[in-house]
Design a protein around this ligand. Structure first.
Ligand SMILES: [Ca+2]
Ligand SMILES: [Ca+2]
Length: 180
């Protein structure tokens, strides 16, 4: 038995409409899933890039801190020409480290970007900063800061920052008696 023309038309159209609706829905779900995967991948990549930057900053910080601490440790405990003082002696300039000739001359050194001893900026270290603090510490307790000249120990602290972040710190205690 043949259906009327309108019923025949609906019989063919309904399944096609459902298929179209399903295809649209599938497309939307697929697009949403792809978007989620892309966002997740971007986050992973951003995290990896940040991790690499932090690793590089820590490596450079360690190199800069070790290099400056090694330089300080080559200096005598006190100025040979004016023993007993602390900090720069008369006639010594603090614009670079070229005239630093004893450990406590380095107290208060602060340079960004980092410099070589002759004052030349170190290439490739933009954004880094190096600081030095030298303190007189107690003979009986190396953690206790005491007045200048009242002990035989000086504690040297070198810090390196990348931006505002501390990326390396070195601390060494020097003894006056080690030179004798
Ligand atoms: Ca000095
Ligand atoms: Ca000096």
């Amino acid at each position: 038995m043949r259906l009327p023309q309108r019923a025949e038309s609906l019989r063919h159209c309904r399944p096609a409409g459902r298929r179209a609706a399903l295809s649209y829905l599938e497309t939307m779900v697929s697009a949403a899933l792809i978007s989620m995967v892309v966002i997740a991948a971007c986050r992973v990549l951003a995290g990896s890039a940040h991790g690499l930057l932090v690793s590089e900053a820590l490596l450079h910080g360690a190199q800069l801190a070790d290099e400056l601490m090694a330089e300080v440790l080559t200096q005598p405990y006190e100025d040979r020409d004016e023993p007993g003082g602390f900090g720069l002696e008369a006639g010594e300039s603090g614009t670079s480290r070229s005239e630093f000739d004893d450990v406590d001359d380095y107290n208060g050194w602060d340079a960004s970007p980092p410099q070589a001893k002759n004052g030349k900026q170190l290439a490739g270290y933009g954004g880094y900063r190096r600081t030095v603090v030298v303190e007189q510490v107690s003979d009986s307790d190396l953690q206790t800061v005491v007045p200048v000249g009242s002990s035989s120990f000086k504690r040297v602290t070198v810090c390196v920052y990348y931006g505002s972040r501390l990326v390396a710190k070195r601390q060494v205690v020097m003894s006056r008696n080690a030179e004798n």
